[in-house]
Design a protein around this ligand. Sequence first.
Ligand code: ADP
Length: 478
Amino acid sequence: MTEFRNFIAGSWSEGASQSPNINPSDTRDVIGTAARASRAEAEAAVEAAHAAAPLWAASTPQQRFDVLDRIGTEILERREELGRLLSREEGKILAEGSGEVMRAGQIFKFFAGEALRQTGDVLASVRPGVTVDVRREPVGVVALITPWNFPIAIPAWKIAPALAYGNTVVLKPAELVPGSAHALAEIISRSGLPAGAFNLVGGKGSDIGPVLTSHPKVKAVSFTGSVPTGRGIARACAENLKKVQLEMGGKNPMVVLDDADLDIAVAASLNGAFFSTGQRCTASSRLIVTEGIHDRFVARMTEALKKLVVGDALDPATQIGPVVDERQLAQDLDYVDIARGEGGKVAFGGERLNREKPGFYMAPALITETTPGMRINREEVFGPVASVIRVKDYDEALAVANDCEFGLSSGICTTSLKYASDFKAKAQAGMVMVNLPTAGVDYHVPFGGTKGSSFGPREQGRYAAEFYTTVKTAYTQP
Ligand code: ADP
């Protein structure tokens, strides 16, 4: 049986207890056992990161480049193998699994380059003869808490900038996906980093999470996950004056206007709402459609949904894998019932499916005749469930799109430059997509949202430096 262990101060350990890692496509398939760290081990990981911090902070840009570049190279070389492991434990299809691994490799490569490109400012002082320089320094020990839906890309987009800017790391991945985190840690363990600069602790967030968010030696916490957990982490960090960065939920609108290219609108909505089993914080869960195109759009979506192959994530013919676990599946089915109860019409899907192998399969659900106030249009489902809201015109579409407590990604399908430009300016979201799915982003530009979706500085691209560095202003009189 494969063991997914903890990595603390340069050594591997089995943890205080273990939990099984189950394949959601076939629950008889136990992929391995995952180490659950005790609180003492989580503390030891923080101490190790703290001890390694001065050494790694003093590393040269070349050393940082070499470490990150090596990690990126190995990830890219092993993308099929690691993608398969990822798909086996998370349930996204093979193409998405290896695509995500490739993304993780590209992120390490990008931040390898960023390590060489760190700059500061030199200014003349307002006082004669004095110069001022502004430089970026590492924050220190950062705790990275990650969810199950992107088991390697999200750890990568936090670890790579953390290390590139000279910080040391304690990673706490989600319990459902220990294999990908372990594989990543194993690659990092051979990259030339000093012992203790990177640590991995597995286990229950409610148990060891608070150790990380309250430990005085942790200087910053970057979290991706649910809204209630994120808010709890923000409170803990405020108490201890830590920097905090939160990426949480979404209820992302996809506006389809009468003048849209229907092929593009259907392809973007199908991808955005249902690919990766809808388990993306950027998923298009509200399809806001103007009345002139509404019926044609719904008919085409229903037709396309009928053809989607739902099944074993490891079968190359599959287009939609299983839901990640029983609890999430129950939540998805519940929301279909809630929507029905509120007056929505289930135009397609929404039921549990039986396949040859026992797994958490669900028919992707399209719910029509919904209105903006319904719970299905206000709460994040995090599954293959999308609702359609019929609106009169662009102005109403924009108002409905923005009538939401989240603000991660907003999409519009239109051939009108006027509406596209207006939407880019007025959409209340951190990311706006024109004739593209709300999900699916580049790795070299900022990622993040507004309103209840995100808190703190942006992730990814050069903007990641805001979170992973602190600024020092130095005055010199020669
Ligand atoms: P999800 O429902 O997507 O699993 P969660 O917010 O529950 O989202 O989990 C995201 C990450 O946060 C996971 O790694 C989880 O273990 C961790 N976590 C859960 N509770 C806490 C907590 N109280 N403190 C810190 N981390 C936590």
